[in-house]
Design a protein around this ligand. Structure first.
Ligand code: SAH
Ligand code: F3S
Length: 437
């Protein structure tokens, strides 16, 4: 049997895409190799969101020249956003790469691999846009009790800094029947927590069906205890969807909803489609209706023209809104985006300082907010041994709070009631009280 080694970088959608490609190739007789040394085919699923992500993928691809030379017949494929963005120019930089496959072309992979059986064939590319969504049978992906499910692919928005609409194309929602059949399949295979993925997951639409309808249907699936969602865009949050979150139960009150900046001037320049005030009112409304809601956000520091005052406004919002956690990124100009021609005028040292100050502000806010949670007993899905201390388990509650507690590896995949005893900036530690399965 031929063997494939697959490395994935970037967002959750990329991790899911890699799993789906693995499943697809498995149906074509490919085995997964645990190590590159055992593989005949090396696939790199790439990310283009920031330059650094591309540099890492390029370094890996570059280092594979030796791997390829070690055994005749070995092949290298570059998948995903970097392949889509760079197109054939990538072969100029990395001539030992055999083929490229863009995010909308994975269904073409088996046919491409067939053509590459001919030793004379190299440098194939499948980079069609607005093409197909890969539909493959769900296997037990990743952690056997947790799985991602894509509800849509691509993005219709026009954030000036973002390359995703270019590389992943316009938004395509999947049919509800296909999504729910996948959820049922995963549940039957032992999955207890599904995470619905979309670049703007809350703009999901299929005829009369919205994300709330999907959430309710998934929540009602036998075996499913939790349904999560990534990523919400503030401008697409509707009262109808908020009602679904308000129902609670398996529908988790955990909302990744990026604000990106606390300055209206910068938000407008980024073409985000909301003001700080509108975001705050939305958060108030969500908290009013959804019990125990926790929000997370992405922020970009050093967008072209961002002044110290703009950045101060971002710091203020981070303190005022009270996120569970944030991701902070230094602006990275991406070719093909609307912002690319703008002068990247915030010096690197300022970007770094702002990045650090933002994370510090969040850590301080988290500590204070987390302190207020101590003494509560939460239902934690145990994910596995803690990285730092194998005699402890790591898991999350419905709202997404990260909790460490004493326990055995065999408990992974079970739900445990844990009382919170200590809080740090990023997580809690606690102790099991009553156990369920
Ligand atoms: N809607 C998507 C966004 C993908 S990009 C999702 O969250 O699933 C993820 C994050 O990367 C964005 O929210 C933004 O904060 C950051 N980002 C995107 N383009 C960037 C750029 N050019 N430079 C720095 N950060 C960027
Ligand atoms: Fe990118 Fe904005 Fe869409 S961040 S993925 S263009 S919502």
């Amino acid at each position: 049997m031929p063997r494939v080694y697959l490395a994935a970088y970037g967002c959750q959608m990329n991790v899911l895409d890699a799993d789906r490609v693995r499943d697809l190739l498995a149906t074509e007789g490919w085995e997964t190799a645990g190590e590159p040394e055992d593989a005949d085919l090396y696939l790199i699923n790439t990310c283009s969101v920031r330059e650094h992500a591309e540099q890492r993928a390029s370094a890996v691809a570059g280092s594979l020249k030796r791997w390829k030379a070690q055994r005749p017949g070995r092949r290298i494929g570059v998948l995903g956003c970097m392949a889509q963005r760079e197109q054939g120019e990538l072969f100029g930089r990395l001539p030992h790469v055999d083929f490229l496959c863009g995010p909308e072309n994975y269904p073409a992979l088996p046919e491409m691999l067939g053509r590459l059986d001919d030793p004379a064939v190299t440098h194939l590319a499948a980079l069609e846009q607005h093409g197909e969504v890969l539909e493959v049978e769900a296997s037990r992906r990743g952690g056997a009790f947790q799985a991602f499910v894509a509800v849509s692919q691509g993005c219709d928005r026009t954030c000036t800094f973002c390359v995703v609409p270019k590389t992943r194309g316009l938004e395509k929602s999947r049919a509800p029947e296909a999504i729910l059949a996948e959820v049922r399949q995963l549940a039957a295979a032992g999955v207890r927590e599904v995470t619905f993925l979309g670049q703007t997951v809350n703009s999901y639409r299929w005829e009369g069906t919205d994300l709330g309808d999907l959430l309710r249907a998934a929540a009602g699936t036998e075996g499913i205890r939790r349904v999560r969602t990534i990523t919400h865009h503030p401008a697409h949050m509707t009262e109808r969807l908020i009602s679904a979150f308000a129902e609670g139960g398996p529908i988790c009150p955990s909302l990744p909803m990026p604000l990106q900046s606390g300055s209206d001037r910068v938000l407008a320049a980024m073409r985000r489609g909301y003001t700080v005030d509108r975001y705050r009112r939305l958060v108030d409304r969500l908290r009013e209706r959804v019990e125990d809601l926790e929000l997370t956000s992405d922020f970009i520091v050093g967008y072209p023209g961002e002044s110290e005052e703009d950045f101060e406004a971002t710091l203020r919002e981070v303190r005022a809104v009270g996120f569970l956690n944030i991701f902070a990124f230094k602006y990275s100009p991406r070719p093909g985006t609307e912002a690319f021609p703008l002068v990247d005028d915030v010096p690197q040292a300022d970007k770094e300082r702002r990045h650090r100050l933002l994370l510090d502000a969040q850590a301080e806010t988290s500590r204070a907010r987390n302190q207020a949670q101590l003494g509560r007993a939460l239902e934690i899905l145990a994910e596995g041994p803690s990285k730092r201390d194998p005699s402890r388990l790591t898991g999350r509650d419905r709202s997404g709070r990260l909790v460490h507690f004493p326990g055995q590896a065999a408990q992974a995949g079970t739900f445990v009631q844990v009382r919170l005893e200590r809080a740090s900036g990023l997580s809690f530690s606690g102790r099991a009280c009553i156990e369920e399965s």
